[in-house]
Design a protein around this ligand. Sequence first.
Ligand code: PNS
Length: 174
Amino acid sequence: MKRRRDGLAIFPGSFDPITNGHLDIVERGLSLFREILIAILVNHEKRALFSVEEREETIRQVFRGNRRVKVETFSGLLVDYAEEKGATVIIRGIRAISDFEYEFQMALMNRRLDPKIETVFMMPAESYSYVSSRLVKEVFQLGGRVSDLVPRVVEKRLREKFRPRRGRSGKESP
Ligand code: PNS
């Protein structure tokens, strides 16, 4: 195993896109851990709106200037990645009981795979308890307002995806 880096926690997920609920978890995590590594899963099977590169770039922009938050992508088993990074903690956000079953299964499976790695569940503010990346995409696509639910840069990216600006010719502007 690589050298253990105490105080480093991994916050893994799809982040398609990152929401204010995720940001809330990162902020709370920073009060417990010295450094948070946001790890975006490279999942070729799951159809995502944003490419992994787009997600990584967006999250980097959101946390620009915060030296305690790092952003990377990973593939393969999460526990292997955590081990490679020397992290012993995985952070997951739980919004409601409905999240719990899946999260509990994952945490126990990860513990079985690597008993040295501990999963820490954190609750976002109640105001984000209904916010998910999936709903944000759906609401935005149907014309709803998501400005309180995602960082500005994410809203901009959503606009570029769903409502590309058109020039006079009717073609998309560069
Ligand atoms: O944001 P998500 O999609 O709920 O995140 C799920 C994620 C990325 C944490 C999970 O799918 C994962 O860890 N995948 C990596 C592969 C792995 O380790 N699978 C076994 C987990 S028990």
